[in-house]
Design a protein around this ligand. Structure first.
Ligand code: G6P
Length: 613
């Protein structure tokens, strides 16, 4: 959510900033801007459009070796050019880019107005630029870092920010509280960004800033200090080497990231399984969760917490764990959990699920759990992210960088990792070695089976094209098919804007059946389980009311005549089937969205990781 990039060094800063913003655009894309210091003056370029518009607008002749940039997902103020970052003080000396939300912004803006400052934007960020400038005006001996700290000590809320002072064109000041900031170390140059995606092209040596830390970057070095501890130097941390390469973020021959990421799934699953299957004991190796057999046995319940697709993946995980380990498991949106004063049970294993590892609601749920003594692990994709650091241990998803807003390979890897967790929890309980073996083999088969589904893309696309014009769609499932239906509906609405609703098959007759008519197609998910006959009668109920039906199934002998269209997936071990059944629904949503001419990677009003409430 919102992307930040900054540079101080020896290169021409503008292309570095524009390239960085381009890499971060998936985090927010309603407006963009950058500021550099050129011949001692601040030069700000902004656009209410995309980074491509910004690229066209920047002055190619401007040479500067320091600058900051931002791509925005509006929270305070509509997405127009004035509200785009960077924001400056009245004299145009200080420029600030900021992610997050300043909660006492109104109060701070009022104080500035009362002091005679004329604010030009509707944003919370602008107040920061004026406040830092005022601190320096009141005491010109203050360093930029001190002026920033004094300002931040009056600020409530979440931020990741970078400050540029035109009068000190050799340094950037960076601060973090609740919104990710990572420093990139180059040779006689320093980078800063909200996400490593902006950095990997230039350096793989990074340092993640902690909450409450403020850093001053010069081209050759950087110093960190703590905001609260009276500016004491922060504990030194050795730089990490980022796993990703610049190529991981390239599109290659794909038209967009979503299609690239859909097709990367077989390899992503292989990576998730690498080194984690223990054939000898027919179980899983998940060293990162840091729990021995006795501790695993003492878990009486598992609860998944996540948002959006991560929540639906958690539902898939809960189903797999109940089946394999026979302990109660469920999932809850992290956003609900954090606000309802949850009863935290010491014998429950809480699993925080997040691709980005930065989703604010999930992070807050983790903090609430820790405060109440809950046992929580993280399942995240981004190494070094806030949730992975907050939980301390967990399971890395190993999906590789995911750029499209709609989650595909990360969600699949979440479900695969939950199957591993279920296997592990099952095998310290009553899951037999033979059953464990069956799951181990079933997991091993998944990459090839997913590849087989991807090979049927043209047929799935044809079905999607047929139904893309619908205004509304139902996704119906029961038991194992239910989380699949929910995620299928989520995918479709996210990227195609077709209104899609998921329903449990059994609930259909208790209300929603009233909506069935020829203009309301339904996708019915039919796994190969004991409920096939029940699911077929659901199809009949819908057909009897004139509703078109798309059957999504692993049941091989289901005749084509059973529905208006049948999408087939290979049979897997029953517990793992939801992982396969989900894949065609990604492809379905993708092609429906493509047919409707949607911006698939950057759906309207959304952002990849929501680091604010
Ligand atoms: C946003 C995205 C969703 C995503 C959710 C959780 O709402 O639009 O597609 O599933 O965040 O993201 P996370 O990074 O925590 O998995």
């Amino acid at each position: 959510m919102c992307g930040i990039v900054g540079y101080v060094g020896k290169r021409d800063a503008t292309p570095v900033l524009v390239e960085g913003l381009h890499r971060l655009e998936y985090r927010g894309y309603d407006s963009a801007g950058l500021a550099v210091v050129h011949r001692g003056r601040l030069q700000v370029t902004k656009t209410a459009g995309r980074v491509a518009d910004l690229r066209a607008k920047v002055q190619p002749a401007t040479k500067s070796t320091i600058g900051i940039g931002h791509t925005r997902w509006a929270t305070h103020g509509e997405p127009n050019e004035v509200n785009a970052h960077p924001h400056t003080d009245t004299a145009g000396r200080i420029a600030v880019v900021h992610n997050g939300i300043i909660e006492n912004a109104e109060q701070l803006r009022d104080q500035l107005t009362a002091a005679g400052v004329k604010l030009v934007s509707d944003t919370d960020t602008e107040a920061l630029a004026h406040m830092i400038a005022a601190e320096i005006a009141a005491d010109p001996t203050l360093s930029l870092s001190e002026a920033t700290c004094r300002t931040l000590n009056r600020v409530e809320g979440a931020y990741g920010l970078v400050v540029l002072d035109t009068k000190r064109p050799d340094q950037l000041v960076v601060a973090r509280n609740g919104s990710p900031i990572v420093l990139g170390i180059g040779e006689s140059e320093m980078y800063v960004a909200s996400d490593v995606a902006a950095l990997v092209r230039y350096t793989r040596q990074v340092v993640y800033l902690e909450d409450g830390e403020v850093a001053t970057l010069h081209s050759g070095d950087y110093q960190t200090k703590t905001l609260t501890d009276n500016g004491a130097p922060a504990a030194a941390r050795a730089p990490m080497i980022v796993d990703a390469e610049a190529g991981d973020y390239e599109l290659g021959t794909y038209p967009d990231y979503m299609s690239k990421e859909i097709h990367e799934q077989p390899e992503a699953i292989r990576r998730a399984l690498r080194g984690r299957l223990d054939e000898r004991f027919a179980t899983a190796r998940l060293g990162g969760i840091n729990l021995d057999a006795r501790e695993l046995r003492s878990i009486r319940q598992v609860k998944f917490l996540g948002c959006g697709s991560a929540y639906y993946a958690g539902q898939m995980g809960a189903a797999i764990i109940e089946e394999l380990a026979r302990i109660p498991a469920d999932a809850e949106p992290a956003s609900e959990f954090r606000y309802r004063s949850p009863v935290v049970d010491p014998d429950t294993l809480y699993v925080a699920v997040s691709q980005s590892g930065e989703t604010s609601d999930t992070l807050m749920a983790v903090q609430e759990l820790k405060r109440k003594g809950g046992q929580v692990i993280g399942t995240v994709n981004v190494v070094g992210s806030a949730i992975s650091r907050e939980t301390g241990h967990g399971i890395l998803l190993h999906a590789g960088p995911e750029v499209a807003v709609a989650s595909t390979k990360a969600l699949t890897n979440m479900a695969v990792n939950f199957a591993l967790l279920g296997l592990l929890l099952g095998r310290v309980r009553d899951l037999s070695a033979a059953s464990g073996d069956r799951i181990v083999n079933g997991l091993r088969n998944l990459p090839a089976q997913v590849a087989d589904i991807l090979a049927t893309q043209t047929e799935i696309a044809a079905v999607a094209h047929l139904y893309a014009a619908a205004d509304h769609m139902f996704f119906i499932g029961r038991v194992r098919g239910w989380p699949v239906a929910r995620e299928g509906a989520q995918k479709l609405k996210e990227i195609s804007y077709v209104h899609a609703e998921a329903y449990q098959a059994g609930e259909l007759k208790h209300g929603p059946l009233a909506l069935i008519q020829p203009e309301m197609p339904s996708v019915v998910v039919i796994p190969s389980d004991d409920l096939v006959a029940k699911n077929l009668s659901t199809i009949e109920q819908i057909k009897a009311r004139g509703g078109p039906v798309i059957a999504l199934t692993s049941v091989h002998d289901l005749p084509d005549s059973a529905a208006d269209a049948v999408i087939r997936v290979p049979r897997a071990e029953p517990e793992l089937e939801p992982i396969l059944l989900n894949i065609p629904l990604q492809i379905f949503a993708y092609h429906a969205a493509a047919k409707l001419g949607r911006d698939i990677d950057k759906p309207r009003n959304l952002a990849k990781s929501v680091t604010v409430e």
